[in-house]
Each structure stands twice: as C-alpha cells, then as structure tokens.
Design a protein around this ligand. Structure first.
Ligand code: ZN
Length: 219
C-alpha cells in the first residue's frame, strides 16, 4: 500500500527534527523550511539541509515569506532590535521575539503545499514547553488554524494540523531524539544569528535545560 505523504514544517530545531523522524516511520516525507527574515536564517537553513541529508525526504522545499513579518516589529526579524536574554523573559507577556500571526501564516503556507502534493498530513513540531509564551502555540490556536485551512481549501477539514509533540516537554523530546538517533548536533536552537549559539536566548536556554537530564545521567 502506498504510504501517505506528510508535510512537516521543519525549522532546523530539535522539535521539528523529531517530528519529522517520527513521521518518517509511517509516511513519505515532504519537509518545508520557511524563511521570513529571522536573525538565525542562515544557521537554521544549514540545519534544515543537514536534516534532509539524514532523512532523505521524498520532497523538500525552502520558501520565503518575504518581508511581511517585518511589519510586526518583532526582534526576531529586525536585527537592530536586540533579542533579550532568557533571564529577561518573565511574567505572562510574550517575548520580544514573538512574531504576531507568523504561526498561522506558516501553517497556511504548509497547507497550500500539502494540497499541491496531495499530502494527507500536516505536521507542526511544537512541544509543551513554550519559553517565549507565544500565544499562537496554544491548542486553541492550532485548532482554529486547522478549521481555517479546511474552510479555505474546501477539503472539509481533511488535513488536520497534527502536533505529535504538543504534550511532551522539551526534555522528553530530546529523549525521543536520542532513541530515534536524530543528529542533535546538526540542529539549531539559537534565535540570534551567528556562527555559534549565544547560550543566553530563550532558544539556547531551553535547549540546555532539555539536555541537562541526559548530561546528568552520564555523570
Ligand atoms: Zn541563543
């Protein structure tokens, strides 16, 4: 029987790498990497390409969302705005790196490609930890995006937005990555650009914390 096609939004980070590896067990992969002017665009692209080398997806695509997110003034896409360190992210407000409406735009772009490919699955690799407190990572936002996509494509909600890691804290995702032999060293988590991770942003700090239990076991 022909395997179903799964479109996976693949940033180059740990979560999406694990989501893609899980999908590869049952589906034919179509990996989509979106560029939107993020400061870490170059290392994220290199991480995506490394993941493609490892997984050999049936399809892979790098697409750009143009300058649209710069309308938002998010620090994630405006280099003149410094990204705050994780220690400065507190309370219930979203971090300065939150790009309003970015996630639904990404899901809609992935849905368009899924329709072109005839893909039955649309996968988003978010996990339960949301250190930037981005509101569009909520279950409700994902459900509404799914409903919007179904209505706009006229496919009566056939392509559900799957988030297989949504209930997993990042430390559990890292454990899963090791079980699946995901090349973690090739993934990128830092929100700042550059050749080396800054080790201070929410991406770096969340990565280090998720790796910590594994490192502790080794000691
Ligand atoms: Zn960083």
């Amino acid at each position: 029987m022909t395997k179903t096609i799964s479109v996976v939004l693949t940033s180059g980070g740990i979560n999406s790498a694990v989501a893609a590896a899980l999908e590869a067990q049952e589906c034919r992969l179509a990996l989509l990497h979106l560029q939107y002017g993020q400061q870490a665009q170059d290392p994220e692209r290199r991480a995506f390409e490394a993941l493609c080398d490892w997984l050999s997806p049936q399809e892979h695509q790098i697409a750009t969302l143009g300058d649209w997110p710069q309308l938002t003034g998010s620090a994630l896409v405006e280099p003149q705005h410094d990204i705050e360190d994780a220690a400065a992210v507190s309370g219930f407000a979203a971090a300065s790196t939150f790009v309003p409406m970015l996630s639904p735009i990404m899901l809609c772009a992935a849905a368009a490609w899924a329709q072109k490919l005839g893909a039955q699955r649309l996968v988003w690799g978010i996990c339960a930890d949301n250190p930037g407190r981005y509101p569009d990572h909520s279950d409700t936002a994902r459900l509404l995006a799914w409903q919007l996509i179904g209505q706009c494509l006229g496919d009566r909600l056939a392509r559900k937005v799957e988030a297989p890691l949504a209930q997993y804290p990042k430390a559990a995702v890292v454990s899963l990555a090791r079980q699946l032999n995901v090349p973690l060293d090739a993934t990128w988590s830092c929100l700042r650009g550059g050749h080396e991770p800054c080790r201070r942003c929410i991406g770096c700090v969340a990565r280090k914390a998720a790796m910590a239990p594994v490192a502790a076991k080794k000691n």
